[in-house]
Every structure is written in C-alpha cells, then in structure tokens.
Design a protein around this ligand. Structure first.
Ligand SMILES: NC(=O)c1ccc[n+]([C@@H]2O[C@H](COP(=O)([O-])OP(=O)(O)OC[C@H]3O[C@@H](n4cnc5c(N)ncnc54)[C@H](OP(=O)(O)O)[C@@H]3O)[C@@H](O)[C@H]2O)c1
Length: 247
C-alpha cells in the first residue's frame, strides 16, 4: 500500500478514508475532494454527509463512536486515512462563557479526537495516515476554544510518537480563520481584516498535500506559523500586548 493519501496515485486501489465532522465546512469539502480522487469515504457526524457511506455519530459519546467504528471495520478491515475534523467553536473568554460551553469544546474538539482515534485504531496499520484538524488557536492562548485546541494539539503530537513504531503517520493541520457554517468568520471582521479569512478548499488542498508529502505539522495559510512562534518564544510579551488591546 502506498504511503501517500488513498487515491492520490490513481492506481493502487481506492483506499478507505474516515472523516469525522463530514456534514459541513472543511469536512464536507474533504469528503468531496477524496471522492474525486477515487477514495471510498466514510463520513461521521450527527447530520448526514455526502460520503459514500455515512455513520450517524456524536463523537463526544464514547459508546456511539465505538459502535460506529465497529460497524465500519466490519465492512472495511483497513482504514488508510482517518481525519479527526469534528469540532465546535466558542467565542468568548473564561469570564463570560457559559460553563456548558467550556465543557463542550473539550468534549468535542479534544476528547472527540481521542475517542475516534482509539475506536478506529484496529483498522490503522503500516502506511495508514491519521490527520488531526487542530487550529492556530491551539498554539495561542485565547479562551476556552483555544484551550480545547491546545489539548488536541498535545494529543496529536503525543499520538504521533506512540503510533510511529506501527508505521502510522500522524499529521497536524492548523488552520487560521476559515469561513464555514460553524465558524462564520467574515461577519466578525471589517472588510480589511476579513481578507485573511480563507475558504475550506485551501485547507483541504494543504491537508492532502501534508499527507502526500508526509508533512507532520502545517499551518493554513503558512504565515500563521509566526503567530505560534511568538506565543512560544515570548509568552509574556504576547500577554502584555493582548491585555493592552483589551483595555
Ligand atoms: N473554521 C475555522 O475558522 C476553523 C479554524 C481552525 C480550525 N477549525 C477546525 O476545523 C474543524 C472543522 O470545522 P469547520 O470550520 O468545518 O466547522 P463546521 O462547518 O461547523 O463543521 C463542523 C463539523 O463537525 C461536526 N460535529 C460537531 N459536533 C459534533 C459531534 N458532537 N459529533 C460529531 N460531529 C460533530 C459537525 O457535524 P454535525 O453537526 O452534523 O454533527 C460538522 O460536520 C473543527 O475541528 C474546527 O475546530 C476551524
């Protein structure tokens, strides 16, 4: 089996991909792109998707994820690509957020990725790929959503090390602002700032490139990496600048 994304070589069999959060935004776009490459795609989300096969599933519910994975693995013993993409947004900070929202982002964005990975693990083997759609917010501390993405990023980096001996490649994709149903970004900003908002096809193109070229951690667009460096190298300065902007 090729080590590139299923379907990318056009000649080594269809390959099977599982995409969580398949019903809208980045996930729905990824489903379309993978199907166009000839990959057989299984979508997971609470609402239906355009995948070849769909499993209705709430990724926060461990039993539901396990049952969905068992059904999929009965049909397809091998999974070439698993993409942990399901996620929810949460604007706001700790002081004004509803406790339920603080809990929900952790349950969907972080734990959803963990439960899905563990449930599909029996289908992943030598040459399989796991992609975690994290966020630039996973590298800069800005409220509860960002904390859930920090946790998901730590998961992605940790599981990459744990799965390496099995020949499974793990890729972390960190998008910036992307216009989707759950993240209507353009309405948040004025016309000038909204220029930095991108659309799902760019994220999907870079995600598939990361798999094909075996890139371990990418930012979409690329320049966001500088933001992550600023937070890592000068956390005190970043905090001071952000506090000043809030006054
Ligand atoms: N858009 C951005 O600006 C941006 C930036 C960085 C990272 N991201 C990340 O990109 C990923 C995709 O987001 P998107 O922008 O494409 O948003 P979206 O259009 O709202 O799509 C989110 C997807 O996640 C699914 N989902 C949500 N809760 C779920 C649950 N409990 N169980 C199963 N599926 C669930 C939704 O399906 P159902 O509602 O049908 O269940 C939907 O298919 C997320 O992880 C998000 O954090 C987005």
């Amino acid at each position: 089996m090729s080590s590139t994304a299923p379907g990318s070589d056009g000649g080594q069999g269809r390959g099977v991909a599982v995409v969580t959060g398949a019903s809208s935004g980045i996930g729905a776009e990824l489903v379309r792109a993978l199907r166009a490459r000839g990959t057989l795609v299984v979508g997971l989300s609470r609402r239906p998707s355009e995948a070849d096969e769909h499993e209705e599933c709430d990724v926060t519910n461990r039993a539901s994820v396990k049952a969905a994975a068992a059904r999929v693995l009965e049909r397809h013993a091998r999974i070439d690509l698993l993409v942990n993409n399901a996620g929810v947004g949460a604007r706001g900070n700790y002081l004004d957020s509803d406790p339920e929202v603080i809990e929900r982002v952790i349950r969907v964005n972080y734990l959803g990725s963990v439960w899905s990975t563990l449930a599909f693990l029996p289908g992943l083997g030598q040459g399989s790929h796991l992609v975690n759609v994290v966020s630039v917010a996973g590298t800069v501390a800005v409220g509860p959503y960002s904390a859930s993405k920090h946790a998901q990023l730590a998961f992605s980096r940790s599981i990459a090390v744990e799965l390496a001996p099995r020949g499974i490649s793990v890729h972390t994709v960190n998008p910036g602002f992307v216009e989707t149903e759950g993240f209507p970004q353009r309405e948040r900003f004025g016309p000038l700032v909204s220029r930095i908002v991108v659309d799902p096809p760019l994220v999907v193109q870079r995600l598939l490139e990361a798999v094909d070229k075996d890139k371990r951690e990418i930012f979409v667009p690329r320049w966001y990496r500088a933001v992550a460096w600023a937070q890592a190298l000068a956390p005190g300065l970043v905090a001071r600048v952000r506090s000043r902007a809030k006054r």
